[in-house]
Design a protein around this ligand. Structure first.
Ligand code: AP5
Ligand code: MG
Length: 189
């Protein structure tokens, strides 16, 4: 059973590439952003709290997200592998993921980092905002999300490097080129 972290800034293509990997390998996909947006849609207590952070481009507090992560993971049951998309986003989350998997006798197999220049990220997300209906896909909030990524999430790059799990991939070009680069790494695991 493989546990793969797909990592990158907002708009780097984590969701897009996760869908392709699910199709190819039959992995299951946990996107914490999608989980939170479903909570918001269902107007749960968690959703109401999360909305205040998401709409401002801020991260939801670690304690909230770590709790739902374990429950979401356990609900998947047996499978070939799991892709974690948008989690972890802070060092405490990475430590919590490591501990959660260790308790279940498993571990992260690889971290796949999609590298995309900042202005390309803004352009992709502004474009997506025309149709996505996502409250955080407007230029002002996109730039805040990118700042939050720089300050709170990018330290995970060296954290995963130290763990010996980091694999960086060029995250622009055709979807197929990027997917081929990710598959080459996964096939070696
Ligand atoms: P989340 O939903 O995870 O959003 P994000 O990280 O900001 O990333 P996106 O989903 O916007 O981008 P993506 O990398 O998936 O790219 P995509 O494939 O869509 O999180 C949202 C919010 O929830 C956070 O801000 C936070 O508040 C909260 N949250 C979530 N997880 C959390 C956590 N762990 N802790 C705390 N808070 C958390 O692609 C983007 C666009 O580019 C698409 O239009 C796509 O078609 C296009 N595209 C993709 N690839 C290419 C390509 N190669 N060439 C051209 N266009 C491309
Ligand atoms: Mg996404």
């Amino acid at each position: 059973m493989k546990n793969i972290v797909i990592f990158g800034a907002p708009g780097s293509g984590k969701g897009t590439q996760s869908d392709l990997l699910v199709e190819k390998y039959g992995f299951k996909h946990i996107s914490t952003g999608d989980v939170l947006r479903a909570e918001i849609k269902n107007e749960t207590e968690l959703g109401k709290t999360a909305k205040q952070f998401i709409d401002n481009g801020q991260l939801v507090p670690d304690s909230l997200i770590i709790d739902i992560l374990a429950a979401t993971y356990d609900a998947l049951g047996q499978c070939e592998g799991v892709i974690f998309d948008g989690f972890p986003r802070t060092i405490p989350q990475a430590e919590a993921l490591k501990a959660m998997l260790a308790e279940r006798g498993t571990a992260v197999s690889a971290m796949l980092e999609l590298q995309v220049p900042t202005e390309m990220l803004v352009e992709r997300l502004v474009n997506r905002g025309k149709t996505s209906g996502r409250a955080d896909d407007n230029e002002e909030t996109i730039r805040k999300r990118l700042d939050v990524y720089e300050s709170q999430t990018s330290p995970l790059i060296s954290w995963y490097e130290t763990e010996g799990l980091r694999n960086a991939v060029k995250g622009y070009g055709t979807l197929q080129e990027i997917n081929d680069a990710l598959c080459a790494i996964i096939d070696k695991l």
